[in-house]
Design a protein around this ligand. Structure first.
Ligand code: AMP
Length: 608
């Protein structure tokens, strides 16, 4: 059986971890030593794609080809995605099927396809690090992700060749990582402020059993917002200092990147020098940013996190004084201001003993170890993030499984008909917190037939909602008199149909081959051009070393090599290189011998 890993598929960064030798550890990329893989993808002119650190580093210079924070678009409609990408360096186009597309190199890709590139990179990294195949994963998602967003994540995994053993909400993963099951009885807040998202969850722990009491958060709140706000402030300061420049995408991106560097530096120093330089837009500015200035910019965002925290506490029926522990997760919780404000708010020193970047991935690996049976020490309950119900008379929602119910769970409710002699009822399954059906997300519709005709209000139709540990909903409707029943598994959809995913898999495979071919051609060209240059240098170095036949032969093979370099058959290029080698190597050998001899006798040598 292949290895199951834990993956934190983050808005800013992603990580992969594994449980081995009795503990969970984040895997470093054996090629680079890096444990963090930026969730950044860049399309190249030759049609290939660069993923991770290299794509992140080139974000400013290649802003238009770079796609970051794709997680924000997972499972979103075109209209939602359009709103979300305002202000980003890339835009979306309507795929004509309700699913947004983003341009990557010369292809238009859906968000799950782009996320799959990051997952594939993590899968490859894990396979290399472990030296064995990896094809199953526990993947974490924000607590707030709805069905579509969760399903989009599953689609991405499938496209990357990974089976999802479980989608786990990030705060729950964090609790596992902190080993909070060791608290005999208590209540915990997990405060997770990353690059792109904020999640807070309130948990109860009792005898090694977790129960999530409430969750809250914002999928559009994080360190990125602080970078954007500070970046804007830097550009304003440059203007105030009299610098005249165009506000191009590159300028905005440069300001944002400089702001992030300054922000990170200001977690350990109180002031930092910042330089902005985008000559083609006329921007050249430098100045000093203090921690106070950063904190005044960041403060409104932190206020918002605390407001959401209060809401979660209210949902859980608790006050801050009821909490026994507060755990911090996410890179942005390294900011001293965040730590200080959280500490003041909760009246408690927060737990920061784990690397805030790695907590979620470690928790995912622990969950994987529970599923595979390698780790029997943990029992974990998850929670239903949004209320589930059905539409009743007048378009009103009857709530059947309330938000924050512990999974697995099953609840039933009785309904009746509203027309005399009615023999069928429409069951419309909804998800969301709003009172009217039209304001909630429609998950499924089905008809229960075979109701015995009777006066309105007499038949008793029982509807039972069953949510399994993975959050998959089954809805069963039954006429209590006749026993006639109908049920559906409500399969969430991300907007991608099964056929679309299949097609993407096939396209991915073919374009995977195309990508590989393109790379082989590019590499062969570079090698062949080098050989061409060296061979010419050799024959020109000393014409007396070459016979006229050899000279003609060399000219012919080099000409042939030049011709195949122009084409795109890497095998032909390699073959031509071999032929050229045959002819030029003996000449090069002679030149080298002569050079050595000259060196030994102290004469000038030709450098090749
Ligand atoms: P995550 O999404 O958890 O990977 O967090 C990434 C966010 O954490 C980004 O916005 C980073 O700028 C931010 N971050 C990372 N290190 C620090 C630091 N030392 N101080 C402040 N923010 C940081």
């Amino acid at each position: 059986m292949s290895r199951m890993v834990g993956i934190d598929l983050g808005t800013t960064n992603s990580l992969v971890a594994v449980f081995r030798n009795g503990r969970a550890e984040v895997l470093a990329d054996p090629r680079t030593g890096s444990r963090i893989c930026p969730s950044v993808v860049r399309g190249e002119t030759d049609g290939t794609v660069t993923v991770g650190e290299e794509a992140r580093k080139g974000r400013v210079a290649r802003a238009r080809d770079t796609v970051a924070s794709i997680k924000r678009l997972m499972g979103k409609t075109v209209a939602e995605a359009e709103r979300l990408t305002t202000g980003l360096t890339y835009g979306v186009v309507d795929g004509g099927d309700g699913v947004p597309r983003v341009r990557v190199a010369d292809r238009l890709m859906t968000p799950p396809e782009i996320a799959a590139l990051v997952l594939r990179e993590l899968k490859e990294r894990a396979t290399l690090a472990l030296g064995e195949p990896v094809d199953r994963a526990v993947i974490t998602v924000p607590a707030y992700f709805d069905d579509r967003e969760r399903q989009a994540t599953r689609d991405a995994a499938r496209l990357a060749g990974l089976k999802v053993a479980r989608l786990l909400s990030e705060p729950t993963a964090a609790c596992l990582a902190y080993g909070l099951e060791k608290i005999p009885k208590g209540r915990i807040a997990v405060f997770d402020l990353g690059g792109g998202t904020f999640d807070v969850s309130i948990l109860k722990v009792d005898g090694g059993l977790f129960e999530v009491l409430a969750i809250n958060g914002d999928t559009k709140l994080g360190g990125d917002d602080i970078d954007a706000a500070l970046g804007k402030r830097l550009l304003e300061r440059a203007r105030v200092d009299g610098v005249v420049f165009d506000t191009t995408l590159r300028v905005e991106e440069a300001a944002r990147t400089a702001a992030e560097h300054a922000k990170i530096a200001l977690s350990s120093s109180v002031s930092v020098a910042v330089a902005l330089e985008v000559p083609e837009a006329g921007l050249r500015w430098s100045g000093t940013v203090t921690r106070d200035e950063l904190e005044s910019v960041a403060s409104p965002f932190i206020d918002r996190t605390l407001k959401l925290t209060n809401r979660a506490l209210r949902d859980a029926g608790l006050g801050v004084e009821d909490l026994d522990a507060v755990a911090l997760v996410g890179g942005s919780t390294r900011m001293p201001l965040v730590r200080a404000r959280v500490q003041t708010h909760f009246g408690k020193v927060p737990r920061t003993d784990l690397d805030p970047d790695e907590v979620v991935a470690v928790g995912a690996a622990l969950q994987a170890s529970v599923i595979t049976g390698e780790n029997r020490g943990i029992t974990l309950l998850d929670v239903n993030p949004l209320t589930l119900g059905i539409e009743t008379m007048g378009g009103v929602v009857a709530k059947i499984i309330p938000r924050n119910s512990t999974l697995p769970t099953a609840t039933g409710m009785e309904f009746t008909t509203n027309v005399d002699g009615q023999t069928a009822v429409l069951i419309h399954v909804l998800q969301g917190e709003r009172e009217l059906a039209k304001d909630n997300r429609s998950l499924a519709r089905f008809v229960l037939r075979g109701i015995e005709p009777a006066a309105a209000g007499i038949p008793r139709v029982e509807v039972i909602f069953t949510l399994d540990a993975n959050g998959i909903l089954n809805v069963m409707a039954r006429d209590k008199k006749t026993g006639q029943a109908q049920d559906v598994d409500v399969r969430p959809t991300s907007g991608l149909t099964d056929e679309m995913v299949e097609r993407m898999l096939v396209e991915g495979m073919t374009s995977g081959n195309a990508d590989l071919e393109a790379r082989l051609v590019a590499e062969a060209r570079v090698d062949a051009e080098k050989l061409l240059r060296q061979s010419r240098k050799v024959v020109q170095a000393d014409p007396t070393l070459v016979t006229p036949e050899e000279s003609a032969q060399v000219a012919a093979v080099l000409k042939a090599l030049e011709a195949v370099i122009a084409g795109d058959d890497h095998r032909a290029i390699r073959r031509a290189m071999e032929t050229a080698d045959h002819v030029t190597v003996p000449v090069a050998q002679r030149l080298m011998d002569r050079n050595i001899a000259s060196y030994l006798t102290g004469r000038d040598v030709d450098a090749v």
